[in-house]
Design a protein around this ligand. Structure first.
Ligand code: HEC
Ligand code: HEC
Ligand code: HEC
Length: 198
């Protein structure tokens, strides 16, 4: 794809909105091509793609690569809505709007991203909240209690899915030390080691 070679001359914010607009406007694009588009619009997003590929969400149950839009673009809303949401949610997260190199303040971005991820996207793949991620066995006790609360059966959880499930697709350096992320962090480190050895 020609876009892949371009450097990020545009302010990163505009690039982000454009990426979301285009990915949102072409739901018929295959997951992989929209993913390569999303992450090549600006090479900063290449990091997110690399992390996704080492995560439990690298592939769906049929073995197809998961695309950015499958989590980040709400199915029920048009691109205009998303442009506004992304703009208002993400504008504070970008440290530099212009200038280079562009740094992402990932801790700030995590917070806005978690708020805007639509639960319906998660539930599209995780229909039964009383089964584990593979759908093979019953969910753990703590998972069952939490999901009953989410479903309003037992207390009431105020969080959305992404509010409780952090680091399911991306893992910035500062979250790699956490025990819950041990396997994910190790897969990323192994890949980095392989790359550096080349
Ligand atoms: C394209 C389908 C798809 C979407 C969208 C999706 N998941 Fe998953 N999810 C999977 C698959 C496949 C696995 C891995 C199952 C396995 O272990 O083989 C998984 C694993 C998980 C796990 C267990 C592994 C881990 O990283 O902790 C959690 C928790 C989870 N998903 C939550 C979510 C949440 C929350 C969302 C929405 C932000 C979401 N999923 C969106 C398909 C999906
Ligand atoms: C109040 C917090 C909370 C909310 C909200 C929540 N979950 Fe969970 N979820 C948990 C906990 C806790 C577990 C159990 C984790 C464990 O056993 O290590 C869990 C487990 C899971 C698992 C199984 C993971 C595995 O290892 O197999 C999936 C899949 C999952 N959640 C998806 C979702 C989806 C999709 C949503 C939104 C519809 C959601 N969760 C909302 C707290 C939450
Ligand atoms: C399985 C769901 C899922 C997929 C697929 C996914 N993301 Fe995310 N993304 C999340 C969640 C959840 C967050 C909230 C922060 C966190 O907990 O990691 C997030 C946060 C982000 C953030 C801001 C926080 C950070 O880590 O810098 C960016 C930027 C991002 N995603 C880009 C992408 C791109 C680009 C792709 C495709 C290559 C992608 N995402 C694919 C679930 C997903």
């Amino acid at each position: 794809m020609a876009e892949q070679k371009k450097t990020c001359g545009l302010p990163i914010l505009l690039a982000g909105i454009l990426a979301v607009l285009i990915c949102g406007a072409y739901p018929l694009m295959s997951a992989t091509s929209s993913m390569s588009f999303c992450s090549s619009v600006c090479h900063e997003m290449g990091v997110h793609r690399e992390e996704l590929r080492s995560s439990a969400h690298a592939r769906d149950k049929d073995g197809k690569e998961t695309g950015c839009a499958q989590c980040h673009i709400p199915s029920g809303f048009g691109p205009r809505y998303m442009a506004v949401k992304i703009y208002s949610g993400i504008k504070d997260g970008f440290v530099h709007l212009t200038g280079s190199p562009v740094n992402l303040d990932r801790a700030a971005l995590q917070i806005s991203a978690r708020r805007f991820i639509d639960d319906d996207n998660c539930r599209g793949c995780h229909a039964d909240l009383h089964r584990d991620a593979k759908g093979e066995k019953e969910i753990s006790d703590i998972g069952g209690i939490s999901h009953d609360a989410y479903l309003g059966k037992n207390g009431q959880a105020k969080s959305n899915c992404a509010g409780c499930h952090a680091n399911i697709a991306h893992l910035p350096e500062f979250d790699r030390r956490l025990e819950v992320n041990r396997d994910f962090a190790e897969r990323i480190r192994n890949k980095e080691a392989l790359r550096n050895a080349k």
